[in-house]
Design a protein around this ligand. Structure first.
Ligand SMILES: [Zn+2]
Length: 357
């Protein structure tokens, strides 16, 4: 996982860097000629990839793309620059840091009572920090020394899922964001808690409030409070997520503003926890992840059961979590500008469609 994370980070850095360069190129061209917005002037986004298809990269209405270390102008078909050595070195060092985690850690099988890993310290934290990651707790005796089992290993007694993300209000409603953040955090922590094969499973949620998309890092999980969520079928939904194992969920803002959250109860945070289940790799099944017509009101409980917790961890180990981008450009009418603009918004899922709710 650590290696994968490092790779993702490296790729995302590259993507970020591409955007930095593209932004510069847009600014420069804006000084010499106004972009063509005639007839709303929107050009279909052109797709390039510098991540071998691992991430979707939208380089909208831009001419210069980064291909490897080369900056290429797609209009003039000319090489216009190179990615600096300094940037290349930065990428390498970040990869090295990630890979320096003891590869023996791959031998962890937390469901084994004899999980063991060399001379590693008691806790292992994903060096990237800001994704769903896991830390481990090993049995100690009363003197604080690790208990050695008959295989010469330590006994795994606890596992903690760490979730770092941002709560953002993209609706027109006014919301007490600290309250929303706290209720979502505590619901997820109490729902995603239990025991698997005798190992204690707990969840530690670290959310903060984002005032704009600029506050959201590429690796953050995003909890977006939004106006009406239209169902891909018909009607509206209480919540939705970008994909199984994805990074973005949307919750109807009404649960955090009006009478609904007091008259019905913890529906808002319950919805947030349900959608987080999808981001944690869970399909619909039962308990918190049950689904009926109308969605969350049919939840049979707010609990994630033992086998679901196990699925989350196994999906994480298989590299199935922290998937995809968490933002995209959406074309919206800007009253201030008097025209359509492309605005950074939380990612809705492949092809701009919510797929899991
Ligand atoms: Zn669902």
């Amino acid at each position: 996982m650590a290696v994968l994370s490092g790779k993702s980070k490296r790729v995302m850095k590259k993507v970020l860097f591409s955007f930095a360069i593209l932004s510069v190129s847009v600014c420069l061209s804006a000084q010499t000629a106004m972009p063509d917005f005639s007839g709303l002037g929107y050009k279909k986004p052109v797709m390039y990839t510098s991540s071998k298809g691992e991430f979707e990269e939208f380089h909208d209405q831009t001419d210069v793309v980064e291909i490897g270390t080369v900056l290429f102008n797609t209009k003039t078909k000319a090489v216009v620059g190179f990615v600096s050595d300094e940037k290349t070195k930065t990428d390498v060092s970040s990869a090295t840091t990630a890979m320096s985690v003891d590869p023996m850690c791959e031998k962890y099988y937390w469901i084994s009572p004899y999980a063991y890993c060399g001379n590693n310290p008691v806790k292992f934290t994903d060096p990237t920090g800001e994704e769903i990651s896991f830390t481990y707790e090993w049995e100690k005796d009363k003197n604080g020394n690790y208990v050695t089992n008959k295989d010469g290993g330590r006994n795994l007694i606890g596992i903690t899922m760490n979730v770092t993300g941002k709560v953002i209000n993209i609706s027109d409603s006014k919301v007490n964001m600290d309250e929303a953040k706290n209720s979502i955090s505590s619901q997820i922590e109490s729902s995603f808690k239990g025991s698997v094969d005798g190992v204690k499973f707990s969840t530690n949620v670290n959310l903060s409030v984002a005032n704009s998309m600029d506050d959201i890092a590429e690796s953050d999980h995003v909890f977006a409070l939004t106006d009406n969520i239209e169902s891909p079928q018909e009607g509206t939904l209480q919540g939705i997520s970008s994909s199984i194992g994805g990074k973005v969920e949307f919750i109807d803002v009404d649960y955090f503003t009006g009478p609904l959250d007091t008259s019905i109860g913890n529906v808002g945070q319950g919805t947030a926890a349900h959608e987080f289940g999808h981001l944690a790799g869970l399909e619909h099944s039962n308990g918190l992840m049950s689904k009926g017509a109308g969605g969350i009101l049919w939840m049979t409980s707010t609990k994630i059961n033992s086998s679901q917790l196990k699925t989350i961890y196994n999906t994480y180990r298989a590299g199935g979590l922290n998937q995809g981008p968490n933002w995209e450009y959406q074309r919206i009418m800007s009253p201030a500008a008097g025209r359509y603009i492309n605005k950074r918004m939380p990612f809705r899922g492949a092809a701009g469609q919510y797929i899991t709710y």
